[in-house]
Design a protein around this ligand. Structure first.
Ligand code: ACO
Length: 328
């Protein structure tokens, strides 16, 4: 019997602190930095974002999202036999212990099953889903908790108006389980390290200190150009692999980076904008968390229903990109 992987529960969490464009603009104005609600909305579609409290770590946001996904799946934490967590803002410098291991402990999982982080920046969630799909299809694991979680506010330079207005914090999670019916129909992943410099945190750690900048750097126009072309290509690759026509997509859930990139992607795929789940306006760009946050919102408000075909696709630093086509 063919084993498929299927999403059986979704969950998400946004920190309580919501900051509107006007509030952020007022805060930046105190440092002599000029921006406006009008500039941010026009260029990115973002109206507000959420910021974690200084005491909240990526694992705390992930824990809340994971608990909701487990509840939706009707599972206990110890039913999970693998955790894959995507983040670029892990709890610990150097990335260890992995945030996945921290979340495993916070969930009270004591069954000794593996837990690992995946690093593909804003493509992290589709990378993590694709890895989970392969583990499930191979028969190695049955119930995989896949999480995207970020506290991107920690790596934002609030003196750089071209980046700090675009990002926010949050977490999303899904439980993927072995199933006799599909499931993930196809997934395609890519990377091109030659574009690493256009979106990065350039600094590194040595002798107990950070050398170089620990803030996010982005060449916005270069990212924009690359993003639109790769998102269209990878979506078509996934459709071709699954032998599904673009017209059969019920919902497009792209990485929520910028409304103009998202609309460009939908247009290239020939999809009406009503078929795209949009949360960027309220969440900003939450990197690895943006797709599962949007998916969970659309599941909970009844737009995404069992049987629907959903195209999830991400693009991010590395440069990385990928798509997962799934039947809910
Ligand atoms: N408020 C007011 N003015 C600003 C701001 C701001 N917050 N930020 C930049 N500006 C100014 C610039 O200084 C520039 O002024 P100048 O012409 O006097 O030099 C002007 O606005 C235009 O700047 P551009 O960079 O050309 O603006 P653009 O139209 O390209 O929009 C943006 C910038 C929104 C960053 C766009 O390039 C973009 O969306 N890029 C993709 C970003 C993205 O999606 N990143 C995430 C993908 S991967 C991931 O998620 C990690």
């Amino acid at each position: 019997m063919t084993i498929y992987s299927k999403i059986v529960g979704t969950g998400s969490y946004l920190p309580a602190k919501r900051v509107t464009n006007n509030e952020l603009a007022a805060q930046l104005a105190e440092q002599g930095i000029e921006t406006s609600d009008e500039w941010i909305v026009t260029r990115s579609g973002i109206s507000a974002r959420h910021y974690a409290e200084p005491t909240q770590l990526s694992s705390d946001l992930a824990l809340a999202a994971a608990q909701r996904a487990l509840e939706a799946a009707g599972m206990q934490a110890n039913d999970i036999d693998l955790i894959i967590l995507a983040t670029s803002t892990p709890d610990h410098l150097g990335g260890f212990p992995s945030t996945a291991c921290v979340v495993q402990h916070k969930l009270g999982i004591t069954n000794g099953s593996p837990a690992m982080d995946v690093q593909a920046v804003c493509s992290g969630f589709v990378y993590a889903m694709s890895v989970a799909d392969s583990f499930i299809k191979s028969g190695a694991h049955k119930n995989v908790l896949v999480i995207g979680t970020e506290v991107f506010s920690r790596i934002l330079d609030f003196k750089d108006r071209s980046t700090c207005v675009l990002f926010g914090d949050g977490a999303g999670a899904v439980v993927m389980s072995a199933s006799s019916e599909p499931g993930v129909l196809a997934s395609k992943l890519h990377a091109d390290g030659s574009h690493g410099h256009i979106l990065c945190v350039p600094g590194n750690v040595g002798n107990g200190a950070v050398a170089g900048s620990a803030y996010l750097y982005m060449d916005g126009p270069a990212v924009f150009k690359l993003a639109v072309s790769v998102l269209d290509k990878v979506a078509r690759e996934a459709l071709a692999a699954a032998k599904v026509d673009a017209s059969e997509i019920d919902w497009l859930i792209p990485h929520q980076a910028n409304i103009r990139i998202m609309q460009g992607t939908a247009k290239k795929l020939g999809l009406p904008l009503e078929k795209m789940v949009v949360t960027v306006g309220e969440h900003g760009n939450t990197s690895a968390a943006s797709i599962p946050l949007a998916l969970d919102q659309a599941v909970r408000d009844g737009r995404v229903k069992p049987g629907h075909t959903v195209m999830m696709e991400g693009v991010g630093g590395g440069f990385t990109w990928g798509a997962v086509l799934a039947r809910m």
